[in-house]
Design a protein around this ligand. Structure first.
Ligand code: MN
Length: 198
């Protein structure tokens, strides 16, 4: 049982004009696919070969000799999660349980949005910004490279990929513009609500 590349939850042009089909084509078809291929090559004929992605990530975290497996497995998981964090016609302020939880834990949606954007903007080099649930509280975090909340016992609710490959074709060096658009026009709050509930 190899790890497979899950289908994108929408057409490659569904997020235009905010994220181009060109970006999604490379990001999903090349980057995400490469993590899947690399992971399968690294785990074949090993005791991890038949495990789920989540089990693989937790099994190799903090094991220096398994860092290649961790990086590729975490990147497979992070990207699948990221695709689901966006939808056509998304973004803006949330509704449902996440809306009241954000007000409760951050004071306001605006305060959350500023903190989330700041996490993405200040992640030096490649990585991810996250909204996670930890000990019943919402928290904003950032992780470097492939690192993922799964490795820290946190429940991921929302992420944005801030590797340059996520935005460079559409926004060049303007990571702040990409983060603004992500919050304004792309976030799939239904997915975030489902994660909060699940
Ligand atoms: Mn990426």
């Amino acid at each position: 049982m190899a790890i497979t590349l899950p289908a994108l939850p929408y057409e490659a042009n569904a997020l235009e004009p905010y994220i181009s089909a060109n970006t999604l084509g490379f990001h999903y078809g090349k980057h995400h696919q490469t993590y899947v291929t690399n992971l399968n090559n690294l785990i074949k004929e090993s005791e991890l070969a038949d495990e789920s992605l989540e089990k693989i990530i937790v099994a190799v975290v903090n094991k220096p000799e398994k860092v290649g497996i961790f990086n590729n497995a975490a990147q497979v998981w992070n990207h699948t999660f990221y695709w689901n964090c966006m939808k056509k016609g998304g973004g803006g302020a949330p509704s449902g349980a996440i809306a009241s939880k954000i007000t409760e834990d951050f004071g306001s949606f605006e305060a959350f949005a500023d903190a989330f954007k700041n996490a993405g903007l200040t992640q030096f080099g490649s990585g991810w910004a996250w909204l996670v649930l930890e000990g019943g509280k919402l928290k904003i975090t950032k992780t470097a490279n492939a690192d993922t909340p799964l490795a820290h016992g946190q429940k991921a609710l929302l992420t944005v990929d801030v590797w340059e490959h996520a935005y460079y074709l559409d926004y060049q060096n303007k990571r702040a513009d990409y983060l603004d658009i992500f919050l304004k026009s792309l976030v799939n709050w239904d997915f975030v609500n489902a994660n909060l509930k699940g």
